[in-house]
Design a protein around this ligand. Sequence first.
Ligand code: ZN
Length: 316
Amino acid sequence: MPSPVTGLHHVSAIVGPAQQTMDVYGGLLGLRFVKKTVNFDDPGTYHLYFADDRATPGSFMTFFPWGDGAMRGRVGAPQATATAYAAPEGAADLWLDRLASHAPTVGVDFDAPAERFGETVLTLRDPDGLVIEIVESADAEGGWQDGPIPMDAALGAFHSVTLATAQPDATMRVLTDALGYEEHAEADGRVRFVNPKAERARFVDVFRQPGEAGRMGAGTVHHIAFRVPDDEAELETRELLLQLGLKPTPQIDRQYFHSVYAREPGGVLFEIATDPPGFDVDEPADSLGRALKLPPQYEPQREAIEARLAPLTLPY
Ligand code: ZN
């Protein structure tokens, strides 16, 4: 059975204070803030979503802000150690200018441009230590028409994620045998996989060696999600994961998509997420992110939940 997966759906990370994350991802990087909700497993804390202007799967970065006293994590195996956005070709110069003038004010540092598989890569670390990359790529798509970054440089869809895992060979087998990826290129100890069905967010890189051990906490990726078109495709993918010996959860309703989670043998938490119903299921597409949205089970506790959440100011 061929895998119905069509690329990355979202990446979810743990961070510190919510406002700091807002200032970096909404402000500096100019992503659209598309959903203000709570962690469905811990409703006293936010779950914040940033994406392109159409809130397209393959462009969501989501954050669980643990607040001021958050325990800092360490980037390393088994984790997604970098999340890359695709930027239009030629955009690196604008980004370098923007980073030089604005990154220090929001606590972001960045490296000189590097080249990887023939593409220009800018590497940033947010104030929690989370690693974000901007990759000049013909894959760049989306962005936010009304956002702070001109469309010829705006970030929308992901380019890739990079995985450091405890058992890279087993991780690669899950990518190829259950998630429909094909080996694409290899250099510098990094194997690049591509999903031939994907229109955007096509790549996953895996390090040949696990490298240094990480620790979950603020500044690390909690899980990565792969997209499928519908529930049926999700259950087919779940079956493929079972056949490889993984232990996927049952399907869970996440309000904006339906999810199945499974830890791959190398230790990274994978999620399979459906494209529907999408982010305009509980608020109009043109005012996404403006109001605190709660799933039905928490609506009766809205007042108490709102009282526990720190106020959040949009940077635009
Ligand atoms: Zn998720």
